[in-house]
Write a protein that binds this ligand. Structure first.
Ligand code: MN
Ligand code: MN
Length: 467
């Protein structure tokens, strides 16, 4: 009897997949490394809440690590580090490899924009002696999650004379914050009857910014006037300057550990700054890789990647072409031989809401970095679907380097779905696969990741760059 059990055990080990919790597999020393890595990650989440702030941070870190502005007329050699900033909202970093660039480059892609509330072009108004900013939500949010959350404001205001003011208010402990109101439950019986998509409507996401009227005169809209006076004193702006501004309201709270065991990170905008940060740490640490390493940290993923700072634009293609030209090569030759890990978050299996997941093909917290062969919705619509050959290559690499990884689809078939930038990079004739960190409460003001998964993503990107 005992012998038979042993046979089954041995066969199971040989033939069946064995999914283990990363936090169980990792040694205490490794777990401490995950925790330490996430201290830096949490700082990044607090400093870089918008694409512009992330871009500024990444540029600063890159310069500190010896990266120089890319010059298409210059000549480069192995080990040289360059960066390119696209309109203050996207960055490309590259470390020149030892191999000829015609052999292709290894691309890491992630996005640095996150769902939020953007101010409308004409945002300032007063209603019944309360001052407000009108917003237009950015990306796919559950609108009902955003009222009663303390918000900070980030962005730029371009004045008529062309000068630009950078705004960050609500982050410092002494700063005021802003907030969207919600109806008290006592009076919400009619609101409760609305479908959840309209529990809070887009035009109800109005941010409260003040309530005291201008005192020394009589007339209408004195709260608005008083607020405009404060804004004029602080920033030197008039109401018309909002017309040429980009102001984004995001949750004001800081990144925190979650749980008695501090195993999870809770923060705004982990989609996809978790992949942006891990990617950044991987490429900043690259010494002299075999193949040229490229990291693209892009904007506009959450609205479909259109626009000149999103990956549907030609900026990545142009950069690769310019880099290729520095070595007398053609951009298309380089792209066709290139490989890409398109790093974006995936849905973590949520034990509270198991019905939308197919458990065998879902990523779990503490399961390691998630490799996703295809995304999309319905019949794989909008996916790039990585080839078995490329999946095999990535699988072998991760196993060889001891990276803890798992696979996962975004939920059950036909329940929903979603896409990433993978398809746009694959469309450039690049072998591309989705790789990323599983997230709970994705697109909510406070998203959750596991520290072991964050660290596993870093290890995966490090392995890919140095492959
Ligand atoms: Mn994303
Ligand atoms: Mn997203």
């Amino acid at each position: 009897m005992a012998k038979k059990e042993n046979t089954a055990k041995a066969l199971k080990e040989k033939l069946l997949m064995n999914k283990e919790n990363a936090a169980k597999v990792m040694s205490d020393a490794e777990l401490r490394k995950c925790d330490k890595f996430c201290e830096g990650y949490k700082k990044f989440l607090d400093i870089a809440k918008t694409e512009r702030e992330a871009t500024a941070f990444i540029e600063q870190e890159a310069i500190a690590k010896g990266f120089v502005k890319f010059d298409r007329k210059a000549s480069y050699k192995a080990g040289d580090k360059v960066y390119y900033v696209n309109r203050e909202k996207a960055v490309i970093l590259a470390v020149i490899g030892k191999e000829a660039i015609e052999n292709g480059v290894n691309i890491l892609a992630a996005h640095i924009d996150s769902p939020r509330l953007d101010l409308k072009q004409n945002p300032l108004y007063e209603k019944d002696e309360v001052g407000y900013f009108k917003t237009h939500y950015y990306g796919g949010i559950k609108k009902y999650q955003w009222p009663t959350v303390p918000l900070s404001l980030h962005g730029v205001i371009v004045k008529a004379d062309g000068s630009k003011i950078t705004v960050t208010i609500g982050e410092d402990d002494n700063d005021p914050v802003f907030c969207v109101s919600d109806l008290l439950p006592h009076l919400a019986s009619a609101q409760y009857k609305r479908p959840a998509t309209e529990l809070i409507k887009g035009e109800e996401l109005n941010i409260i910014i003040g309530s005291r009227p201008f005192k020394d005169d009589e007339g209408s809209e004195l709260v608005k006037l008083n607020l405009m006076m404060i804004l004029n004193e602080k920033y030197g702006i008039t109401e018309a300057d909002f017309l040429s501004a980009e102001l984004e309201a995001v949750p004001a709270f800081k990144a925190k550990d979650i749980g008695f065991d501090r195993s999870l990170v809770g923060a705004y905008g982990q989609d996809d700054r978790v992949c942006a940060y891990t990617e950044l740490m991987a490429i900043l640490g690259a010494k002299s890789p075999k193949r040229t390493a490229v990291a693209v940290l892009t904007d506009k993923e959450e609205t479909g990647s259109d626009g000149n700072t999103g990956l549907c634009s030609a900026y990545l293609k142009y950069f690769i072409a310019d880099l290729a030209a520095c070595f007398g090569a053609e951009g298309r030759t380089v792209l066709s031989a290139s490989k890409c890990l398109s790093a974006d978050v995936n849905a973590a299996y949520d034990p509270t809401f198991p019905d939308v997941f197919e458990k065998n093909n879902s990523a779990v917290l503490n399961g390691g970095v998630c490799v996703t062969k295809y995304t999309g919705s319905r019949g794989k619509s909008g996916t790039s679907d990585a080839s078995a050959e490329f999946v095999g290559e990535v699988r072998a690499l991760l196993d060889k380097k001891g990276v803890i990884w798992q696979t996962g689809e975004l939920g059950k078939i036909d329940i929903g779905g979603g896409g990433t930038v993978a398809a746009y990079i694959a469309n450039l004739d690049v072998d591309t696969i989705d790789v990323g960190v599983p997230v709970l409460s994705m697109h909510a003001p406070f998203e959750i990741t596991a520290k072991t998964d964050v660290y596993a993503a870093f290890k995966a990107f490090e392995a890919f760059i140095n492959a």
